[in-house]
Design a protein around this ligand. Structure first.
Ligand code: GLA
Length: 387
């Protein structure tokens, strides 16, 4: 890949003298969905697929961007003077947002650059191709200009740019999983404190399989913000009687005692998901620690049911993928992953069942939904690096 991207860089920008090659992973969340903006726990991991970038400093203040994933768009030009927050679905808003965010944090980027990207994460699939670009950009800026920031800071700056430049109110999970990724490990992160632990994911005779629904999110971002507000509203109502700062502070019992304060049935279900999912995540990590992969899988299944029934972020595409997966012998657990409304599912599948899984789930999906899903057997990889 290094040679391919360097060659393309030379083709697009004249030569590749002085250019460096970088990589940042994508991520998949194993369990703990829609908990990160509710002060709960998440359990994601970085993948070995991700975004490759070639970058070179410029003498002037121009920014030139090129993506091998959107070749038709050609070179997109901008400048350090021209970084304005924008919701537009222009991919360059991700690197621009991060350059802008460094400036906002007192680390003004002193010169322009040429940047070429090539990602092998399916776009818009819920595997965080955008957070991957954000962390990659921050990693490049630190390498170029020696900014004194840790990988955790890179995650926070990425989230800041997403919240304030792109105006998507996401939590910290994606950027954190990518910036802090560790081969063979998932990250058990408490989003209320940012305390985290690396947990080895040892799946003897099984693999992580991702099924991509190929349904693009579209309305997803506005629904995402809607769920956030519903949880915030429910928290306010609960605070009439309990002294909690976030839904993540409640366990199931405390929630059941206090839920009568919540004024709508819909908000009860939203908050119930946030509370139960957080507790499920803690238990799932404990189960994995005891090597009880079967129990981990059952909790993944429960997570999906809760996201389907209470949180209502699945939809017929993700439900079909998961419900068909549940029917296949050798599937340890299966659930939607990421924001939902489209995107991917994550399943733990025994080695000997993987081919059958892909065939059966794939066929049932095509029959019911009318187009194909894509399947990826993935590995847990490290965070960003220079190649
Ligand atoms: C998206 C957001 C994350 C998280 C998930 C849902 O991926 O970017 O912060 O909220 O959805 O768990």
């Amino acid at each position: 890949m290094k040679e391919t991207v360097l060659k393309k860089f030379a083709e697009v920008f004249g030569d590749s003298e002085g250019a460096k090659v970088y990589f940042a992973p994508g991520r998949v969340n194993l369990i703990g969905e829609h908990t990160d903006y509710n002060g709960g726990h998440v359990f994601p991991c970085a993948l070995t697929i991700g975004t490759y970038g070639v970058a070179r400093k410029r003498e002037d203040r121009r920014l030139r961007f090129y993506s091998m994933n959107f070749e038709g768009l050609g070179v997109i030009e901008s400048s350090l003077e021209d970084l304005k927050p924008s919701k537009e679905a222009d991919w360059t808003n991700y690197p621009k947002g991060v350059i802008w965010a460094f400036g906002e944090k007192g680390m003004a980027v002193p010169c322009g650059m040429d940047l070429l990207l090539n990602g092998n994460i399916p776009n818009g699939s819920g595997l965080s191709s955008s957070a991957s670009v954000e962390v990659l950009t921050g990693f490049i800026l630190r390498d170029f200009f020696g900014f004194d920031v840790s990988n955790q800071d890179l995650a926070l700056i990425g989230q800041y740019s997403e919240n304030h430049f792109k105006k998507v109110n996401c939590g910290i999970m994606d950027q954190f999983a990518i910036a802090m990724g560790k081969k063979g490990h998932a990250i058990f992160l408490d989003t209320a404190t940012l305390e985290y632990e690396y947990a080895p994911v040892k799946l003897e005779n099984a693999k992580i399989v991702i099924a991509c629904s190929n349904k693009k999110r579209g309305l997803g971002d506005s629904k995402y913000n809607e769920r956030r507000s519903e949880c915030e509203e429910a928290l306010k109502e609960l605070r009439q009687e309990t002294d909690v700062k976030s839904l993540g502070e409640l366990d199931e019992e405390a929630f059941e005692r206090a839920k009568h304060c919540i004024g709508s049935e819909v908000r009860v279900r939203r908050a119930r998901h946030a509370v139960y999912e957080n507790q499920r995540t803690i238990r799932a990590v404990e189960a994995l620690g005891r090597n009880d992969v079967e129990q981990f899988g059952r909790l993944m299944n429960e997570s999906h049911r809760s996201l389907r029934n209470d949180y209502e972020v699945t939809g017929v595409e993700l439900d079909t993928l998961v419900e068909e997966a549940w029917k296949v012998d050798g599937v340890i657990g299966s659930r939607m992953t990421g924001a939902g409304f489209g995107g991917c599912t994550v399943s733990l599948v025994k080695d000997e069942a993987i081919d059958t899984f892909i065939e059966r789930v794939g066929n049932a999906y095509r029959e019911k939904i009318g187009y194909a899903a894509d399947f990826y057997v993935v590995e847990i990889g490290d965070g960003p690096c220079v190649l």
